[in-house]
Design a protein around this ligand. Structure first.
Ligand SMILES: [Zn+2]
Length: 207
């Protein structure tokens, strides 16, 4: 390719240099896939790389666009561009109560990324894993129910999304170094209301 020096191009790929994003694309002969310089897919060996000044040129040479960095789309449309959008989507599902550990794979699929990628962007955005984020949310909800209602302990556990009272007790002790009942005793509970209405302000990262 005229004007594209393979050595400097490969250097930019090695460092995932964003300055060259969209300036050139790298075609990988072993996979027949072409990528942007910022792609976080596995690093190709230099001998397998050819460089193209446009997505069209790479396509013409017989390469297919990478599904992670989506070199054929406008910047901002690819999964790799959207860590914040992805992390926020996970946090929102947790808030809505529609996210569970078992459904993590399904959620990743819905968002069009791998589980590994989704786990990584959540970790980067909130400093905790998706499961820890979920647990924190449940514990905060449980704390509110413990102090603001007179609901029986098992109801508190289930209402906060725990699958069992045992799991709830264990995690609560681990995080807060006290039993759920101790927290309740520490605060005088208000009389049991007929309906429990909880408004939760949820703002990650949580502590
Ligand atoms: Zn790629």
């Amino acid at each position: 390719m005229t004007g594209l020096d393979p050595d400097s191009c490969y250097q930019a790929v090695l460092t995932r240099d964003p300055r060259f994003d969209g300036i050139f694309f790298v075609g990988v002969s072993t996979t027949r896939i072409y990528c942007r310089t910022v792609c976080s897919a596995r690093m190709p060996q230099k001998k397998n790389c050819t460089f193209y000044g446009s997505a069209a040129a790479a396509e013409q040479a017989g390469f297919r666009p990478c599904l992670l960095c989506r070199p054929e789309l406008a910047p901002g449309q690819a999964p790799i561009d959207a860590p914040e959008r992805l992390a926020t989507a996970v946090a929102r599902r947790i808030e809505e109560g529609t996210f569970t550990q078992q459904r993590f794979g399904q959620l990743a699929e819905e968002l069009g990324v791998s589980e590994r990628h989704l786990r990584r962007v959540v970790q980067q955005a909130f400093g905790v894993s998706p499961i820890e984020l979920l647990q924190t949310h449940r514990l905060l909800l449980a704390k509110r129910l413990l102090t603001d209602t007179a609901l029986p302990m098992a109801d508190v556990a289930y209402a906060s999304g725990f699958s069992s009272l045992r799991r709830f007790n264990a995690l609560f002790r681990e995080r807060y170094r006290l039993n759920p009942s101790q927290l309740r005793q520490a605060k005088a509970p208000t009389p049991a209301p007929q309906h429990v209405v909880c408004e939760l302000a949820y703002r990650p990262p949580l502590d």
